[in-house]
Design a protein around this ligand. Structure first.
Ligand code: DNO
Length: 361
């Protein structure tokens, strides 16, 4: 594995490449061209400039999170082939720059969904949180505005204001797209891009739905072992792979995370490792918050998660995921420096112990 951190580019991120470089063991970043809109072709010069900036700081550009898939492709409207062609051109441009891992998602309308971006925990840190009652009380048309207000002026990945300005239109666009259709459209998209992925050895890594169930009546399909395996079989090519995000699959406690990693052996190309703390698991009051990375702070056995990655020969980029906001830091919710740095170090500690133990036999 390669330990990485997510970085949004110097124009948007509060964290610098120089700071990331000083986090023990981190050799790469996962980045994106945040200025682009879904559907547009990424220009070679822009990719090159991003890569150069990162390499000049002594780090690798270890993959892209995300090249977002536009709604036309997700709902299969009349423009989808045109946008798939654009996506292929983007992949080609990335491949030519020697970039081999692309994370994306296939969630309708909303990317990750939380009801609080700064819930205060007992130790004074703040975290992202989800509360079912709060979701049930929200009009989806207001969700983007409320997320924006909670963000404290920082950008939120997946919540681009231009898209969110037309939420109603988007809901309308998806009204005939049920789970089966969305799945078919995803398979169509993947089959169309596999040749370019094979040519440049680009590993596509689908990010799970977060949370791992439908919200606001919008279907979601990448949320369980059964569904992700179905997708792996439908396009049975190593370049059709997975971002294993423990904090997203783990929102549904029925998902056995270490087991999922094992059955996905060879198809996980990127790992997001984080823990969640559940306060209530009853259906009506379902409530969780994002804990710090260590097992003791949440509901997941982080040792077993990392062990499963190690034992299945995972060799892609791994990154600590959302961190708490601590020590007075002001940053993008979930993406401060300090707690993610602690997470990166902890995950590497687990990895080293597991590896040494395994080698000892
Ligand atoms: C949020 C992220 C997601 C993720 C996308 C992948 O923090 O986990 O926005 O990057 O869903 O396309």
């Amino acid at each position: 594995m390669e330990m990485t951190m997510r970085w949004y580019g110097s124009k948007y991120d509060t964290v610098t490449l120089q700071q990331i470089r000083q986090v023990p063991g981190v050799t790469g970043v996962i980045s994106t061209l945040y200025d682009t809109t879904p559907g547009e072709v990424w220009q070679p010069e822009a990719i090159r400039a991003l890569k150069k900036e990162i390499e000049d700081a002594g780090l690798n550009l270890s993959g892209i999170e995300s090249v977002n898939v536009c709604d036309s492709i997700k709902v299969a409207d009349k423009d989808r082939d045109l946008y798939i062609d654009n996506y292929i051109k983007t992949l080609e441009n990335l491949g030519k720059e020697d970039i081999h891992m692309v994370c994306y998602n296939f969630m309708p309308v909303f990317d990750w969904t939380r009801t609080e971006l700064a819930r205060v925990r007992a130790d004074g840190s703040t975290v992202l949180a989800y509360n079912q009652k709060a979701i049930d009380a929200i009009d989806p048309n207001d969700l983007a505005a409320s997320m924006d207000k909670m963000s404290g002026g920082t950008v939120l990945p997946g919540w681009e204001p231009e898209r969110m300005a037309k939420v109603q239109e988007l809901f309308e666009m998806y009204k005939d797209t049920d789970g089966e259709k969305l799945f078919e459209n995803l398979v169509y998209f993947l089959k169309a891009i596999m040749p370019v992925c094979n040519k440049y050895d680009i590993k596509m890594a689908i990010h799970p739905d977060d949370p791992a169930w439908s919200v606001f009546g919008l279907t979601r399909i990448i949320n369980s072992e059964e569904n992700i395996l179905r997708l792996m079989k439908a396009v049975d090519d190593v370049h059709n792979g997975v971002t294993f995000c423990s904090g997203s699959y783990g929102t549904n406690l029925e998902n056995d995370l270490p087991h999922m990693i094992r059955v996905l052996e060879g198809r996980i190309h990127f790992a997001h490792v984080r823990n969640l703390h559940f306060n209530d698991t009853s259906r009506e009051n379902y409530d969780f918050e994002e804990a710090c990375h260590i097992s003791a702070d949440g509901n997941f056995d982080m040792y077993e998660i990392v062990r499963a990655l190690y034992e299945t020969g995972f060799d892609g980029p791994i990154r600590p995921d959302h961190g708490r906001m601590i020590w007075g830091e002001k940053a993008m919710p979930g993406y401060g420096l300090y707690d993610r740095a602690l997470g990166a170090t902890y995950i590497q500690g687990l990895w080293e112990a597991i590896e040494k133990n395994a080698k000892r036999g």
